[in-house]
Design a protein around this ligand. Structure first.
Ligand code: TRP
Length: 361
């Protein structure tokens, strides 16, 4: 079977380095591998509205930010179709039919939804749209017959729920839909990159994110004030790696080439870690190294973004074209679904003839 990718992000802010190591970097590699017949990258504005319905301007403003972040990381519109969820009405139609295949209690058991309900204090009054977004996410994935969904592991319950819907649809109606598989980030550090303050979650309100669009100066400042090991007071003290943000970032970002270029006293990260644990290696030296590593990674992204920012209408044009292609694709799947569900009345001449015969025998 030909391999197809669908994935996406909610446009609620600029993308940060957590998105980069957790998914963006991988998407670009997959795009350039040539292994995928089609690639769809979706800006999930309709999903963003499920918990930002009272702040549509925020979602609207961030569409172009996310598109710029995508393209500056190397997602190439000639290879990856970039589009906006709300412009594909077929997705809503699919969601309506999938709702018949999912129970309320199954949604209540979805760990991601459970978690987010708590986070947003929705316990006493959950908007139906928010509660049912896993079903709408199943439409996003199945509309494109995606085989592969590169996501963070918080999204695993969504893929699981999608697979259940696909299985049910195919069993009850006809084998139209494809069961997708999640593609998770390579390492633990990439899966859960902490905020610069050491908090597990990167968030705008905590002011602990490094954004892809941050200036070189801002990145440096954020790195130099990063959380490390509070017990590592003197350079000579042994340092701890557990929960040490600087080392988690190095795990996610650095390779042996970086040591050659910026810190040739060490062959690799293992040696650096060993020295830190022994004592005698100061935080500032490690932070300066991390800064070099991250600047090397982020500089080309920043440069590309600067170029793209000069022609914003062109970015919207990319999205518009992407929406047209995505729409054709979704319409095709929806039409197959409706045939399988026996709701294709006007396509079915046999049906009309049989009904006519019944009355005119
Ligand atoms: N839920 C995803 C997130 O919060 C965004 C998303 C919407 C998505 N639809 C999707 C991801 C389909 C993968 C596939 O980041």
């Amino acid at each position: 079977m030909e391999k197809i990718i669908l994935t996406g992000d909610r446009p609620t802010g600029r993308l940060h380095v957590g998105h980069y190591v957790g998914s963006l970097r991988r998407r670009v590699e997959l795009q350039n591998s040539g292994e995928y017949k089609k690639i769809f990258i979706m800006i999930a504005d309709a999903q963003a509205l499920t918990d930002n319905f009272d702040n549509p301007e925020k979602v609207r403003e961030n569409i172009v930010e996310v598109a710029l972040d995508y393209m500056s990381c190397g997602l190439d519109p000639a290879k990856s179709n970039l589009f906006i969820q709300s412009q594909i009405p077929e997705l809503c139609e699919m969601t309506t039919y999938y709702m018949n295949l999912v129970t309320v209690s199954r949604l209540q058991r979805n760990p991601t939804v459970k978690n987010e309900i708590q986070l947003r204090n929705f316990e006493t009054s959950i908007p139906v749209g928010f509660f049912s977004y896993p079903i709408s996410q199943a439409s996003d994935i199945t509309a494109f017959k995606a085989t592969t969904v590169p996501v963070g592991d918080d999204q695993l319950p969504m893929i699981e729920q999608t697979r259940e819907i696909v299985h049910k649809f195919n069993t009850i109606y006809a084998p139209v839909l494809v069961e997708p598989e999640a593609l998770l980030p390579e390492t633990e550090a990439c899966r859960r990159l902490p905020g610069t303050d050491g908090q597990a979650k990167m968030s705008k309100s905590l002011n602990n994110c490094i954004y892809l669009a941050d200036s070189a100066d801002d990145v440096k400042k954020k790195i130099m004030s990063m959380y490390t090991d509070p017990q590592h007071l003197l350079v000579s003290d042994p340092g701890h790696l557990e929960g040490n943000t600087v080392f988690t970032y190095l795990d996610a970002f650095c390779n042996d080439g970086h040591f050659e270029r910026y810190l040739p006293d060490y062959a690799n990260l293992e040696e650096l870690k060993a020295h830190y644990q022994r004592g005698g290696l100061g935080d500032v030296k490690v932070k300066k190294f991390l800064n070099n590593v991250m600047q090397e990674t982020l500089e080309p992204i920043r440069k590309k973004r600067g170029e793209l920012e000069k022609d914003i209408p062109a970015v919207y044009e990319v999205l518009k074209k992407g929406c047209e292609i995505a729409r054709q694709e979704a319409a095709q799947t929806l039409s197959e679904m409706k045939r399988a569900m026996r709701i294709n009345y006007f396509e079915d001449e046999d049906l009309i003839r049989r009904q006519a015969e019944k009355y005119n025998a």
